[in-house]
Each structure stands twice: as structure tokens, then as C-alpha cells.
Design a binder for this molecule. Structure first.
Ligand code: FES
Length: 199
């Protein structure tokens, strides 16, 4: 094989590798338009260390799942409509004002249960018997009814939560989803497992 042919072959290999990597990224976004599963560098730290998460690519309406202390932590980016819809639900919720203090740090005891109302951070484990609720962001789907404004539905026994993890009244789950300690390192980087410096 001539030297030129060898260079061409190598070039082709590199291009193919790049195209495959790009294809992989594209497919992940297309297949899961609302949910991204991420394996942060911190997987190795799952034993308990804080987990730093880059949220710069999180779009409105998307849910990112990371692992912290062996548990799924959801980060949901909520748009203005989602926030507005949530506020119309208070009468249907068991603990709309997050009065049960064990379910969130003090800095998340507010209308949006968050440090920044756009980003909701919560542990994705149902407070009934520990199943994994599913993310149901759509409005009024047939199976959940016309009143549904987007939220989380637990398939095990039918518990429902809104987009802040606030539990509806009359379902088996006794309390809101847990908000873990977290803080913003920058406007696009979160640290899960650590309180804000002046909390
Ligand atoms: S575990 Fe979720 S409703 Fe029972």
C-alpha cells in the first residue's frame, strides 16, 4: 500500500469514528425528548460524595437524572407555563406549602420548592413504597384526566405528584418527594449533596 493510500485510510477511520460519536449523541436526544439520563463523573463517588452536574444543555421541559448516594436525583427545567400551571393546583395537594419539613431543606420551602424556580431538584423515589414514578409532562392525557397539568405518576399504586414533587391528596403516597441538599456552583452547574454556603 502506498503512503498516500495509508493516510487516506486513516483519515476515513477518524471521520467514521467522529460520525459515530455524533450519531450516538443525536440518537440519545431524539429517542428521549424529555428525559436525559446522565452518568456524571461522580458515579464513582456514589458512595456519598457530592455530585456536580452540568445543566447548561438542559432544555425547558427536559428532565435530567443523575445518581447521588445510589438514588436517582431528577433535575427538571420548568418553563413559565409549567410554573403557572403548578400554582393552580394548591387546593388538590396534600402539602402545597411544604409544611412537612423533613421533605426538603429550608431553602426549598417555598412555592416552587427550589432555589431557582426554573430548576426543580428532587429524589425520584415515590414516598409510598419506593417505586420510581414516571415523568408525565403532558397536559390532560387520557389516562390521567383533563385536570392533569403535568407531573409525575407512580405506576405501582397510582400516586400523583406535580412538577415540584408535591403529592396530590387522596393517593397512597403520604408526602411530597424529597428535595436533597444542593447548591448552584455557577448558573449552569449544580452540586448535589451540599447546602448553599449561607443556607
Ligand atoms: S410506591 Fe408509588 S404509589 Fe405505591
Amino acid at each position: 500500500m502506498s503512503g498516500e493510500e495509508e493516510v487516506d485510510k486513516n483519515k476515513r477511520r477518524i471521520l467514521l469514528a467522529a460520525a459515530t460519536a455524533m450519531g450516538g449523541i443525536g440518537a440519545a436526544y431524539v429517542a428521549t425528548p424529555f428525559i436525559i439520563s446522565m452518568d456524571p463523573s461522580a458515579r464513582a463517588e456514589a458512595a456519598g460524595a457530592p455530585v456536580e452536574v452540568d445543566i447548561s444543555k438542559l432544555q425547558y421541559g427536559q428532565l435530567l437524572t443523575v445518581e447521588w448516594r445510589g438514588k436517582p436525583v431528577w433535575i427538571l427545567r420548568r418553563d413559565a407555563e409549567m410554573l403557572k400551571n403548578m400554582m393552580s393546583l394548591n387546593d388538590m395537594l396534600r402539602d402545597p406549602h411544604s409544611d412537612e419539613l423533613s421533605q426538603q431543606p429550608v431553602y426549598a420551602k417555598n412555592d416552587y420548592r427550589s432555589l431557582n424556580k426554573e430548576y426543580m431538584v428532587m429524589i425520584g423515589i415515590c414516598t409510598h413504597l419506593g417505586c420510581a414514578p414516571t415523568f408525565r409532562p403532558e397536559l390532560g392525557p387520557e389516562d390521567l384526566g383533563p385536570e392533569w397539568k403535568g407531573g409525575f405518576f407512580c405506576p405501582c399504586h397510582g400516586s400523583r405528584y406535580d412538577l415540584a414533587g408535591r403529592v396530590f391528596a387522596g393517593v397512597p403516597a403520604p408526602s411530597n418527594l424529597v428535595v436533597p441538599p444542593y447548591r448552584f456552583v455557577t448558573s449552569t452547574r449544580l452540586l448535589i449533596g451540599v447546602d448553599p454556603e449561607h443556607a
